[in-house]
Write a protein that binds this ligand. Structure first.
Ligand code: NAI
Length: 362
């Protein structure tokens, strides 16, 4: 039987709390299914800066390269010390380094908070757009700049549009639900960049996915429609920045950032990472909702299953966790839920009740 090595990177703020919860649930569920998992912890973010003077040390990158997959907590993006040798560090840096070009972000109604019938996935390009953070400080066309002007470049490449579109169409086909891909864009203003994005998405559709439906919507009106009729969406295809924003909107519709997992994936590597940030307002209080990070590890197991040899126990471990979460969240007992969804369980209490449920139900 294959043994998988998972790297755990805590990150900042509530990161250590939710990553440790995800690890504990993986340990319990793999015990039940007999899956062999080995965990290694790698420093990243402030913890790494304190010990090594940088937020993404070379040893961490090496450890990631030698692992089958990784789970990352949130990072305090944009506010690391300026003398950090990896400045400006962000999850984007890791995504770019390992070419994790697809950010798959499901939004599903686990609790009937705002809307009870949402089951959609945002497929967000993960390496380009404004995120490479390329700024010109002087001498750019009509914006002949001075110290009070910044010109930022948006990068959109045909090859990236093609692979992210293919990922979205393949996902819509494998989900086998509404079989609908909605590309969101602003091509009426961003004529060249979003024009290229749409042209390539359309080509991918025409060449291999005519069994599905494909539509294109302006990001502004699509954002409104997402609130008014969320149930009509299936897979939303987006460039990096629009995908980032619309996924937090979708998070709000399904009960908050505590319920939104994500998978960052490329050809060779994958990383589970909750959609939320470091939540500084609740960090260290032990009350964070760990569901997003736990569900991100479920997505990671599914990726391992489909990319590393279809080991049945990996698949079963993912299902055991998923079933237990659904059951726990449908319970009326406030001890089964964290504070953000009107429960009274701490992160640890939520995690140990989920562990017990896994053991009892299996
Ligand atoms: P945030 O996602 O950290 O928090 C927004 C709100 O949601 C807060 O009220 C927070 O308490 C709540 N929240 C988030 N996750 C929660 C959870 N698991 N359980 C319960 N409540 C939760 O966004 P914010 O405050 O805008 O950003 C804080 C920091 O996180 C910033 O430094 C930002 O750059 C960083 N960030 C990092 C991301 C990443 O590493 N993937 C993603 C988004 C933000």
């Amino acid at each position: 039987m294959t043994k998988y090595k998972l790297a755990m990177l805590n990150g900042d703020g509530i990161g250590p709390e939710v990553v440790s919860s995800a690890r504990s649930i993986l340990e319990t569920a793999s015990q039940v299914t007999g899956l062999e998992l080995e965990f290694i912890e790698l420093p990243v973010g402030l913890e790494a800066y304190k010990n090594f003077g940088r937020t993404l040390p070379p040893n961490t990158i090496e450890g990631m390269s030698q692992s089958d997959a990784w789970i990352l907590g949130p990072l305090q993006t944009g506010s690391y010390p300026k003398d950090d040798r990896d400045y400006p560090m962000s999850s984007g840096k890791i995504r770019k380094y390992f070419d994790l070009f697809a950010n798959i972000r499901p939004a599903k109604s686990y609790i009937p908070k705002v809307a009870s019938n949402i089951d959609l996935v945002i497929v967000r390009e993960n390496t380009e757009d404004f995120f490479p953070n390329i700024n010109l400080f002087k001498g750019y066309g009509e914006f002949w700049t001075d110290k009070d002007t910044v010109v930022s470049l948006r990068v959109i490449r045909r090859s990236s549009c093609k692979r992210i579109a293919k990922t979205a169409f393949e996902l819509a086909r494998s989900r086998n639900q509404k079989k609908l891909v909605t590309a969101v864009h602003k091509s009426n203003v961003l004529i060249e960049g979003d024009g290229l994005f749409l042209e390539e998405a359309n080509r991918v559709y025409e060449e291999g996915f005519r069994d599905l439906r494909f539509e294109q919507k302006l990001i502004d009106s699509a954002s409104m429609e997402l609130v008014l009729k969320p149930e009509r969406f299936d897979v939303i295809l987006a460039t990096n920045l629009f995908g980032d924003i619309i996924s937090d909107e979708a998070a709000g519709l399904v009960g908050g950032l505590g319920f939104c997992p994500s998978l960052n994936s490329g050809e060779k590597h994958a990383m589970g990472q909750a959609v939320h940030g470091t939540a500084p307002d609740i960090a260290g209080k032990g009350i964070a909702n760990p569901v997003s990070e736990i569900l991100s590890s479920v997505m990671l197991l599914d990726w391992l299953f489909s990319h590393k040899g279809e080991e049945r126990k990996v698949y079963e471990t993912a299902r055991v966790i998923e079933r237990a979460i659904k059951k726990q969240l449908s319970s009326q007992d406030p001890k089964d839920k964290t504070l953000d969804i009107d429960g009274n369980a701490s992160t640890q209490e939520f995690t140990s009740r989920l562990s017990n449920r896994i053991l009892v139900d299996s």
